[in-house]
Structures are given as structure tokens and as C-alpha cells.
Design a protein around this ligand. Structure first.
Ligand code: UPG
Ligand code: F6P
Length: 472
């Protein structure tokens, strides 16, 4: 059985190169890699179909065929489209027709049984393939544009400007078409289905009440990497941390996300900077892959990443807490897990203060390593920690963030034990792959259906109408 995973953005290689160093390299890539690898263990032939990049700044992604390991299944298939240079995900929209045409020619002599699609750009590519070949596909959103747009405070007055940067009109139309034409919509939690897909910008196409349309498949944690085995540590990382800490034994508050507005790092830095109690109780640890010393490296960053990092650095300098805030550059998930375990020995807390988090792989990974978890109540964490195994906070309320962090630190043993049990019982990539296998086996049996004409990628009218009503 041949199954394609369409993931035009970001890219894949055996070293997870650039992971979290760029906004397009995050949890979705881990998710697609781990599910594909587990599906391959069920003897499914999986191709992750992404983009060929021939660019000296991105040397890892030029080979047309690549692999994670010697099993050579999954195969990473890199299709040329949109020229050779690296492009941010927001710049890919005009080239997805070329992506799909080149997929069709690449697979002309191969039988494709089913297609899974990821994020709006993958979903739209699935719609185009269905219109040309009649193939059924599943859609996994990973993150939907409407929630991101709402949290960025987009109004109809500033929509045109923000649309130039975020391309919401193309992204939201792509999401709408993906929901309409997918044979299955895969969500990570049931709240994602009922809360995210029932958004006014999707409600007329997402059929939220149709049980046949949706399947809840929780993501997993790679427990070979993320576990509480304190003998399985990356020694280079331990040395890096010990050198910086210089025998410090205080607990830590850990922030580790991509530098993205929605991750809302600043809210925690502000809460910490304004609380003597927190500063006396714990240090603050910020993990920024590829940025060893932010105060000196900031000028090397993109304008968008600089705009996120500089207010954080200003807050630290203004509060004169440079001696309490530590930055770590962790080059792999193995190094990340070692850091989590090191700080769990100091009875530390992991915090995810996102304005909106569709699911959140980072908190369940950190929980598997024994950290107590404090996470946004907006999105997936509200379901993941609905059993009380983590502390849920309002990411826009500094007092609530402060109380949540104190609660996590003061009850470390209780939360650390409870979250490990919660994660290991509910979140494994093997069970995620089993869920995908059920979707694939059901999808293969469905009749082929063609789509007459795929509408153009433009939801501007619908969005401006929504924004006007939202304001009234
Ligand atoms: O220093 C770091 C920090 C993070 N990570 C990894 O980066 C990933 C982050 O994933 P996640 O916490 O899920 O956040 P996003 O990158 O924003 O992922 C998007 O896609 C995910 C998969 O669908 C969803 O869980 C998220 O909600 C969605 O925003 C994790 O696997 C981490 O292990 C690193 O490797 N190094
Ligand atoms: O922040 P956005 O634009 O909603 O997208 C989430 C991004 O995070 C990722 O995990 C990066 O891999 C992808 O889902 C996506 O590029």
C-alpha cells in the first residue's frame, strides 16, 4: 500500500535540521515524521512529499530522495516547485499548482492508494490532486488560520496590511476547501473539532456535527527520546548546562518554543520580571535553538524573530534580572530531552503561554521527562490536562500566569508524577499511526469522486464580512 503525506512547507531530514530555528520548522514536522515512521512499521509504504530546495543557506534539502534511516521507508520525496531557493510557507501559495503537477508526473508509473495532507497548503494540494486524479485524502490542520488571525487582533481596517504578511485570504480559503473535499478531517482533540472547526469562517463547510467526517487521533511522544531515565543523558548538553549554572540549585521555569508571536513568551518574562516571589523561588530558562547568546546574536535574526526577541531582552534588562535568566541553545530533541530531565531534578516547571495552541507537543514531551506543566487554557492543553495533571492558565492574565507558576513550583512532586502517567497512557505515536491506518483503510474503499472546478484561493470577501460583524 502506497500512502503520500503532503507537506509542502518546512522540510525533513534525518537530523531534523533547522527545527524551531525557523517558524516553518516545528511540531508539524515532528508529527509527520513520527506518524510516517510508525506507519512504515505497519508495512505501509510511506512517501513524505515536500519541496526540493537548492539553496546554500539550506543545504540539507537538495536531494530529490532522502531517508531518515537505513529502513528507507518512509521516503522523503522532494518535488521541485516555486524555483530553487528556500521560501517561507506564506510564499508558497502561487506555486502549489506546479507542486501538484510535478507530483502527478513523478508518480505517473506508481499506484497511489491514499493521501494524507498537512496544514492548509498540504490540504489545498490534496484538493487539486482530487480534482485531477479523483484520489481521496485526509486533512490534518495542525494550526488553522482563523484562530491565529483572531489572536493577532486583525480588524477589517488593518486586514489588507496583515494579509500581505500572513496571506490569511489564501490560507483560510485553502482550509475551507480542504474541509469541504477531504474524506476525513483528523483532529488531535475533540475540542479542536468542536471549537476550532466551528469557527464562523469554517462553519458552513466543516460539517462539525458529521461524525463520519471527523476522527480524533491524539499525537504522541517519542518515549525513546522523551522519558524520565536520568541515566540516558546527552553529556555535551549536561556540560553546557552545568557550566552556565555554576552549581546553582534553584528550580527553573522553562520556556521552549519557536520564536512566533502566538507562543507569547513575553507574558511569562513580564510576570517573572515583576515578581520578587518568583525570582526568589526559581530561575528562568529560555531555550532558543540556533541562538547561543541572544544579546549578541539578535542582529543575525530575521526581522520577524527580532521583533519577538527584542522586547523579551528589553524586559530582562529593564528589570535588571540578567543574573536570573539563562538561555540555552539545544541542537536536537535529544539535547532538549536531556535539558528537561536535568531541570526536572531541580523540581522545575515547563510553561507554554501560547495565545492559542492547537494541540502542543512540547508540553507532553516535557511532562514525559518529569517537569511539572503550566500551559495555556486556550486550545489543546485544556483537553490534554483536563484531568488536572497540568496547571491551566489564561495567557493574557499576568496574575493568573504568576499564580499558575507558583502552583506548579510548590506542587512539583504531585504534578510531575501525574503528568508522566497521563502522557504515557494516552499519547504514543504507535496509537496515532493506528488511527491513521483506520482512516487509510476506510478511505481506500470510498468511491473516487471528481471535483468540477477548484475555486480560486481567495477568501477576502468572507473574511472582511466576518471582521465587520465581529466588530459590531
Ligand atoms: O528547542 C526546541 C524546542 C522545541 N522543539 C520541538 O519542536 C516541537 C514543537 O511542537 P509543538 O509544541 O506542537 O508546537 P508547534 O511547532 O507550534 O506545532 C504546530 O503543530 C503541532 C503538531 O500538529 C501542534 O501540536 C501545535 O499546536 C502546532 O502549533 C516539539 O516536537 C519539540 O520537541 C525542539 O526540537 N527544540
Ligand atoms: O503559526 P501558524 O502559521 O499557524 O503555523 C504553525 C506552524 O508551526 C509548524 O508546526 C511548523 O512546523 C507548522 O504547523 C506551521 O508552520
Amino acid at each position: 500500500m502506497k500512502v503520500l503525506f503532503l507537506n509542502p512547507q518546512g522540510n525533513f531530514d534525518k537530523n531534523d535540521s533547522h527545527l524551531t530555528e525557523h517558524p516553518d520548522f516545528g511540531g508539524q514536522l515532528i508529527y509527520v515524521k513520527e506518524v510516517s515512521k510508525e506507519l512504515a512499521n505497519f508495512n505501509v509504504s510511506v512517501d513524505i512529499v515536500t519541496r526540493q530546495i537548492i539553496d546554500p543557506d539550506w543545504p540539507e534539502f537538495s536531494k530529490k530522495l532522502d531517508y531518515f534511516d537505513t529502513n528507507k521507508n518512509p521516503t522523503i520525496v522532494r518535488i521541485p516547485f516555486g524555483g530553487e531557493k528556500f521560501l517561507n510557507k506564506e510564499q508558497l501559495w502561487p506555486y502549489l499548482n506546479e507542486y501538484v503537477d510535478n507530483i502527478i508526473s513523478f508518480y505517473k508509473d506508481q499506484k497511489i492508494d491514499f493521501i494524507t495532507t498537512h496544514y492548509a497548503d498540504g490540504g489545498y494540494s490534496g484538493v487539486l490532486l482530487k480534482s485531477k486524479l479523483g484520489l481521496n485524502f485526509s486533512f490534518t490542520g495542525h494550526s488553522l488560520g482563523a484562530q491565529k488571525m483572531d489572536k493577532l487582533n486583525v480588524f477589517h481596517e488593518n486586514f489588507e496590511d496583515l494579509d500581505k504578511e500572513y496571506h490569511f485570504s489564501q490560507r483560510i480559503m485553502a482550509e475551507r476547501l480542504s474541509m469541504k473535499y477531504a474524506s476525513k478531517i483528523i483532529v488531535s482533540t475533540s475540542m479542536e473539532r468542536y471549537e476550532q472547526y466551528s469557527h464562523p469562517l469554517y462553519a458552513d463547510v466543516s460539517e462539525v456535527e458529521n461524525d463520519r467526517k471527523y476522527k480524533v487521533i491524539p499525537p504522541g511522544v517519542n518515549t525513546e527520546i522523551f522519558n524520565d531515565d536520568l541515566t540516558d543523558l546527552d553529556q555535551e548538553t549536561v556540560a553546557q548546562i552545568e557550566k552556565k549554572l555554576n552549581k546553582q540549585q534553584k528550580p527553573f521555569i522553562i520556556l521552549s518554543s519557536r520564536l512566533d508571536v502566538k507562543k507569547n513568551h513575553l507574558s511569562v518574562v513580564k510576570a517573572y520580571a515583576n515578581s520578587k516571589v518568583l525570582q526568589d523561588t526559581a530561575n528562568l530558562g529560555i531555550f532558543l535553538r540556533g541562538i547561543p547568546d541572544p544579546f549578541t546574536d539578535i542582529h543575525k535574526l530575521s526581522e520577524k524573530e527580532r521583533s519577538i526577541l527584542s522586547p523579551i531582552l528589553e524586559e530582562i534588562e529593564k528589570a535588571d534580572i540578567k543574573d536570573k535568566v539563562y538561555f540555552f541553545d539545544l541542537k536536537s530533541q535529544k539535547a532538549l530531552a536531556t535539558a528537561y530531565k536535568f531541570f526536572s531534578k531541580l523540581k522545575s516547571v515547563f510553561v507554554l503561554p501560547s495565545f492559542y495552541e492547537p494541540f502542543g507537543l512540547a508540553p507532553i514531551e516535557a511532562g514525559a521527562c518529569g517537569l511539572a506543566i503550566v500551559a495555556t487554557k486556550n486550545g489543546g492543553p485544556s483537553e490534554i490536562f483536563s484531568d488536572g495533571s497540568g496547571v491551566l492558565i489564561d495567557p493574557e492574565d499576568t496574575e493568573d500566569i504568576l499564580d499558575g507558576l507558583i502552583k506548579g513550583l510548590n506542587n512539583y512532586d504531585y504534578y510531575s508524577k501525574k503528568v508522566k502517567k497521563r502522557v504515557l497512557e494516552n499519547y504514543t505515536w504507535k496509537s496515532t499511526a493506528r488511527g491513521y491506518l483506520e482512516v487509510i483503510e476506510e478511505g481506500i474503499k470510498l468511491p473516487k469522486e471528481s471535483i468540477e472546478k477548484v475555486p480560486s484561493l481567495d477568501a477576502k470577501e468572507i473574511i472582511i464580512d466576518y471582521l465587520r460583524n465581529k466588530k459590531n
